[in-house]
Design a protein around this ligand. Sequence first.
Ligand code: F6P
Length: 505
Amino acid sequence: MSASDPSQASVAGLARSKSELAELIRKRVGSRLFVNVSNREPFVHSFGPDGQVRAQAAVGGLTLALNSVMQAVGGVWVAHGSGDADRASADPEGRLRVPPDNPAYDLQRVWLTSEENDGYYNGCANQAIWPICHLAFTKPVFRTAHWEAYRKVNAKFAAAVARAVGDQDAIIFIQDYHFALLPRLIKQRCPNAVCVHFWHIPWPLPEVLAMCPWHEQILDGVLGNDVFGVHVPEYAERFLRAARTRAGCDIADSRTLLRDGRPVRVQAFPISIDFDRVSRRASGAACDEAVSELRERYRLDGKFVVLGLDRIDYTKGVIERLQAIERMLALHPEMRAKTAYIHAGAPSRTEIPAYRDLHEAVAAIEKRINAGGSGREPGPVISIQRQLGDDDVLALYRLADVCVVSSLEDGMNLVAKEFLAARNDERGHLLLSEFTGAAWELPGADCFNPLAVDDFAERLYALSGRADAGGAQRMRRLREHVRTHNIYGWIGSILQAVPGQPDAQ
Ligand code: F6P
């Protein structure tokens, strides 16, 4: 993805803080019911070893931000009830008030059988739609049974939304590619509801989309929206092109198409993070402690520390990153004792064969690299394969000389933005794949092609030696961009695009 002018997208800081956002939401939503829909739920209940029920808040900046929206506006969050104590902690309809310690909105859980979840989530969403949306050369799997499960689960969610809405005016905020059919289904049941959908992954090229046997239904489903949001203008352009050529829509203007005479607004809203929260926490005492602990545990003093932090997913370029490290060490053997490559990556979607294979391939290369030395010293690869707590993640950002984001295609990539926010010292270097939304958005970031492994290796080597001339200035500029284009501005921009609010322009 080539860098272009971010001002083309709606990145206006319509709300810079949580409190400004709350104010904006109250104005924009007015008396309408606000319904958020996502696959993952904000609070999962599970039984502890003592048989007691425990509520666990989902991790991640987006969930935290959506939780803030829900707390400001009330309403209903509809999501898959996935915890083993979820039924026991909800009413017979699957509803409960959350957050548990300060109830402010309803969580409506949708129950899925393991067969439904397998077909919808492991099958259609993650083996068909995910690979066609990412140009990472993993062959999609199109099974009729997966598609049937996807349709059935989307219909279940539509029924849950319709029950929550009743005859009220409502705004339905839909998250992600798990719900391509949902907007159309909601419109059939609640014609007055406004549907706003954010697609958190790339939107595919029309030619690639057409490989999916269900592309017409997917397009028709998404065209049920009033507003369809993607990360960058290129995805919006791809969507407009597919809607015109494959679904016969007319284009009204550069951001609006007409489906059966009804306007559908398609727009880029680059997602972001809560910069102030990350930056503040990265300066906290708990993070200082984690820095010392990790530095000592992994003997990082005096080392060139390269960090890769991502779910183990074939779109993240995990293999290419390892190949680049291996190549750098082969070309510059003296770097072996001086380098620590930390791969912090929680296993992900492990029921899917492509992910299991990747897991094994990653382990094999890591073992090979570490076995390459004398055997007296620990190898340069440090693999942390578990979900880390916030302070450990921030400590790793602080310890890194280089944070490498090597995605082969990525809608945005929030690791890049979190790394910048965590570096209050304005040091460290972000090496950013040019195939990320972040590369398009961040002005002057150091971008590279992760598939060109030889060049990738040389880039790493060059960064090990030089004092990064102009580095602090670059960091300052990038940090300022993320600070002023934060998650609250993201949600604010989307709400601004919602039609029909009392004071809409
Ligand atoms: O980037 C797409 C996305 O679905 C995110 O919304 C989510 O945080 C991430 O992938 C992890 O996916 P999963 O919910 O399948 O673990």
